[in-house]
Design a protein around this ligand. Structure first.
Ligand code: P6P
Length: 341
C-alpha cells in the first residue's frame, strides 16, 4: 500500500514557489527560518511548567502590560532567528515600541516581518492555548536598512501571514495568498506536516466569541446583535453557542475550523477595542479571507485600513462571511432585530 504523501512545510513552500515563476527562493528561506523559531518556542512553551520560565519579568511592554518570561523568550527567539538570513530589511514586534533594525554586520533584504511573539500570554500560567502571529510585507523603501514606512502598510499589501498555535497539539497555519493551509507539528521528527490543505471556513457558523464582561460599555448595535444570536430560530441554528478562550489565536483558530464569529468591538470605554491592527487583525484577516471568510472593523474591511501608527488598535469582527455581514448590519444600524435570515 503506498504511503500517503508526507508534505513538510518546507516542501509546501518550495512547491508553492515553483508555481510562481520568478520566485527567487528568498521567500522560502525566510519562512524556513521562521519555522525554526516556532520549534524553539514550542520547546519552551511545552515545558514551561517544568522550567522556571513562568511568571513575570517585572518589566512592562509598550502597552503597559506585564511581560511574562515566555513572552520575552519568544520575542528574542524570533528576532535572533530572523536577523541574519538577509531576507529582511526591518522587523516590528508587538512587544517593542519601535521598529527593530537588522544588525549592521548582517545583510538586509526585501521583506518586512511584523510579529506578535506570544499572543494570549496572560493565559500562560493557566496552560491556556497561546500563539505566535506574523505578517510579511515587501519593503517600500529602495534599499538598506528598513524604516517605519516599510511597516505601516495596509493589510492587503501582505504577501504572507500566519500563526503558530501551541495547544493540545501545535499547528502552523499560513497563507501566501494562495489559500490557507495548516501544518501539524510532529515532535518525533521535528517537522510541521501538512494536515489541513486549503482550509475553507463555513459560510455561516453557530458559535459566537466575545468577552461579554464588557457588555455594559457596548454600543446599542452590538447589544442588539448578540441578543439576536441568543434568540431561538431553528432555520438559522440560533441560539448560537458562546465560546471565549481569551487568547485570540485559539479563538480565531476555532472560528476558522468550525465557523461563526470572533469579535473584539470598540465600545464607550475603548473606542478602538483592544486588538492591534498590525500584529493581530491584519494577519488573521488575510488568513481568514483566504479561507473564504470576512473581516471588518464593523464598517470597513480590515485589510483596507491605512495604518497611522505601529501599535494602533482596531475593533475586529472576523469569521464566516454571513455572520460578519449580519453583525455589520446591526453595527451600522441597518438592522434592529431578527429577520428571516
Ligand atoms: P480580554 C490576549 O491578551 C489578547 O491580546 C488576545 O489574545 C485576546 O483575544 C484578548 O487579549 C483578550 O482580551 O479583554 O477579553 O481579556
Amino acid at each position: 500500500m503506498s504511503q500517503s504523501k508526507i508534505v513538510t512545510i518546507e516542501r509546501h513552500i518550495i512547491e508553492g514557489e515553483r508555481a510562481h515563476p520568478g520566485a527567487t527562493g528568498d521567500f522560502s528561506g525566510l519562512l524556513r527560518d521562521l519555522t525554526l523559531a516556532f520549534k524553539v518556542i514550542w520547546r519552551e512553551v511545552s515545558k514551561a511548567g517544568l522550567v522556571n520560565i513562568l511568571g513575570l519579568t517585572g518589566k512592562k511592554n509598550v502597552h503597559g502590560e506585564e511581560v511574562k518570561k515566555l513572552d520575552e523568550f519568544a520575542d528574542d527567539t524570533i528576532y535572533r532567528a530572523m536577523d541574519h538570513g538577509g531576507h529582511l530589511c526591518v522587523m516590528a514586534s508587538e512587544e517593542n515600541e519601535d521598529v527593530l533594525q537588522i544588525p549592521d554586520n548582517y545583510p538586509t533584504g526585501k521583506y518586512v516581518l511584523i510579529y506578535d511573539p506570544l499572543d494570549g500570554s496572560s493565559n500562560i500560567d493557566a496552560l491556556v492555548t497561546i500563539g505566535t502571529i506574523f505578517s510579511i510585507y515587501r519593503r517600500v523603501t529602495p534599499k538598506g536598512k528598513g524604516m517605519l514606512q516599510d511597516c505601516l502598510q495596509p493589510g492587503y499589501k501582505q504577501i504572507a501571514a500566519g500563526y503558530c498555535v501551541y495547544g493540545s497539539s501545535t499547528m502552523l497555519v499560513y497563507t501566501t495568498g494562495d489559500g490557507t493551509h495548516g501544518f501539524t507539528f510532529d515532535p518525533s521528527i521535528g517537522e510541521f506536516l501538512l494536515s489541513h490543505e486549503n482550509i475553507k471556513i463555513p459560510r455561516r457558523g453557530k458559535i459566537y466569541s466575545v468577552n461579554e464582561g464588557n457588555y455594559r460599555w457596548w454600543h446599542d448595535g452590538m447589544k442588539k446583535y448578540v441578543k439576536y444570536l441568543q434568540e431561538e430560530d431553528k432555520e438559522t441554528k440560533r441560539p448560537y453557542s458562546a465560546r471565549y478562550i481569551g487568547s485570540m489565536v485559539a479563538d480565531v483558530h476555532r472560528t476558522l475550523l468550525y465557523g461563526g464569529i470572533f469579535m473584539y468591538p470598540g465600545d464607550t470605554k475603548n473606542p478602538n477595542g483592544k486588538l492591534r491592527l498590525m500584529y493581530e487583525a491584519n494577519p488573521m484577516s488575510f488568513i481568514v479571507e483566504q479561507a473564504g471568510g470576512r473581516s471588518s472593523n464593523g464598517h470597513k474591511r480590515i485589510l483596507d485600513l491605512q495604518p497611522e501608527s505601529l501599535h494602533q488598535r482596531t475593533p475586529l469582527f472576523i469569521g464566516s462571511e454571513e455572520d460578519v455581514c449580519i453583525a455589520e448590519e446591526f453595527l451600522q444600524g441597518k438592522r434592529e432585530s431578527a429577520r428571516a435570515s
